[in-house]
Design a protein around this ligand. Structure first.
Ligand SMILES: C[S@@+](CC[C@H](N)C(=O)[O-])C[C@H]1O[C@@H](n2cnc3c(N)ncnc32)[C@H](O)[C@@H]1O
Length: 209
């Protein structure tokens, strides 16, 4: 991800060809949190995530959450376009002694054989160019079964450009429209991201209609 640009910069930056594999090979990944995301712990503690559910983590990178979810007894499918990320996840599953899938693919185009219970979104939506967001929404809707949950962490930032691209709530409400998604009544909880200048990620649970 990049240094932030000022809000008055022209919004023409297009880094949709961003080389994620090169970033992993250079070990230049400031988006990586140390440890498991606190929102995920909250969603487990509050019973949103349950034993036996199948959870998809698109754009998983080298995050700890897929192995953590597998250790909690969930069935995990992690996808990423970067070979290094998938190799890392496979090695992590093996060293932890858990059974989980890691698939190298374009997560926007990939679909499971059977729709899943949960999609865990962590710094993937903010990583793709905004013009690909409709494809993200279509992917999430197609991959989740009716009543399935999108556990979202919407990246908040005022600067233009990216990645990370801001995922303001007005834009998210337009993207995840109310005829396809049920929005929570509770206020979104902010989780600051230490590696990304403390930017808040808003944790929200949307239900696929
Ligand atoms: C900002 S990183 C986040 C990684 C991980 N979710 C985390 O929180 O550490 C974005 C990830 O999305 C992956 N990615 C980008 N475009 C993708 C695509 N079309 N399909 C699958 N993965 C993609 C990148 O390889 C990278 O691992």
């Amino acid at each position: 991800m990049t240094t932030d640009r000022p809000a008055d910069a022209p919004p023409s930056e297009d880094r949709s060809s961003f080389d994620w594999e090169a970033r992993f090979q250079a070990d230049d990944a400031p988006w990586e949190r140390q440890g498991v995301h606190p929102a995920l712990i909250d969603w487990i503690d509050s019973g949103v995530l349950k034993l036996g559910q199948t959870v998809l983590t698109p754009g998983c990178g080298r995050s700890e959450e897929p192995v953590f979810l597998a250790q909690q007894g969930l069935s995990v499918i992690a996808t990423d376009i970067a070979p290094s990320a998938i190799a890392w996840q496979k090695a992590r599953f093996e060293s932890a002694g858990v059974s989980a899938q890691a698939i190298e693919t374009d997560a926007l185009a990939w679909r499971p054989d059977t729709p899943v219970d949960v999609l865990y979104e962590q710094t993937f939506l903010c990583a793709i160019h905004p013009r690909k967001r409709d494809a993200y929404e279509a992917m999430a809707h197609a991959c989740l079964k009716p009543g399935g949950l999108l556990l979202a962490l919407f990246m908040q930032k005022s600067e233009q450009g990216g990645p990370p691209y801001g995922c303001g709530l007005d834009a998210m409400r337009a993207l995840f429209a109310e005829d396809r998604w049920r929005w929570p009544e509770a206020e979104a909880r902010p989780y600051p991201h230490g590696g990304l200048n403390g930017k808040a990620e808003l944790g929200m649970v949307l239900t696929r209609i």
